[in-house]
Design a protein around this ligand. Structure first.
Ligand SMILES: N[C@@H](CCC(=O)N[C@@H](CS)C(=O)NCC(=O)O)C(=O)O
Length: 214
């Protein structure tokens, strides 16, 4: 029995759903009992973080720790490569998403509300995201991973790219997409589990973006 604690809008929960659906692993998704940050949730997940997982009584938080655990615990349809060096490269991609690109997108959240938006902060936020996209372009240029396979490291990028595009549309966020990154995004969107997750996730994104409207 696998349970994921999640809230609808959370990027890293969407990342895990792509992985779980790709591996065809049955799971239950629950909101944090008592609410996000509550004592009740912290009695189960002491850090209070989302996402978190309970698998047959075993608790784990942090999407990447969960994803790597799941890939080992459910080895069918592996989502990490089968050599030590390629696994390391896949982790390099994952970390570049979780510790660099996505945190730069998060900087935009305080600018979403139209009423309090700071145009200069949107502009500098777009420049920061663009900087991380050009770093990603350098990684992709040397990518040794098979591009016909959906890897664990792809799942977070698919969701974060959707947010960057949503912010471009809703906030006029100025972002430069290196062609190799745009092609990577297009390749990910063409994968059926990615497309299905992004379609299912869109209502949560749209609800969050309501406050962006004048
Ligand atoms: N890198 C983390 C990020 C997840 C994350 O930012 N979760 C937010 C909720 S959407 C959270 O738990 N924030 C509270 C905290 O970090 O203490 C992961 O992959 O799980």
């Amino acid at each position: 029995m696998l349970t994921i604690y999640s809230v609808p809008v959370a990027v890293y929960c969407a990342k895990l759903r792509i992985m779980l659906n790709h591996k065809a692993i049955p799971f239950t998704e629950l909101p944090p009992p008592g609410g996000y940050g509550s004592d009740e949730y912290r009695s189960i997940v002491p850090s209070g973080n989302l996402p978190a997982m309970i698998h047959d009584g075993f608790m784990l938080s942090d999407s990447e720790a969960i994803a790597e655990y799941i890939d080992e615990a459910f080895p069918d349809t592996p989502m990490l490569p089968n050599t030590v060096q390629l696994r390391a490269k896949a982790r390099e991609f994952s970390r570049s998403h979780d510790t660099r690109l996505e945190p730069s997108v998060r900087v935009i959240y305080p600018q979403v509300a139209y009423a309090t938006r700071d145009a200069a902060a949107v502009k500098s936020g777009g420049a920061l995201i663009s900087k991380h996209l050009s770093s990603l372009a350098l990684l992709l240029d040397q990518n040794p991973l098979d591009t016909d396979t959906l890897w664990l490291c792809d799942c977070g990028f698919a969701v974060t790219f959707a947010w960057i595009k949503a912010f471009e549309a809703a906030l006029d966020l100025p972002v430069d997409w290196p062609p190799i990154v745009a092609a990577y995004d297009a390749r990910l969107q063409a994968i059926s589990v990615v497309a299905a997750e992004l379609a299912a996730y869109k209502p949560a994104m749209d609800a969050y973006l309501e406050k962006a409207k004048p």
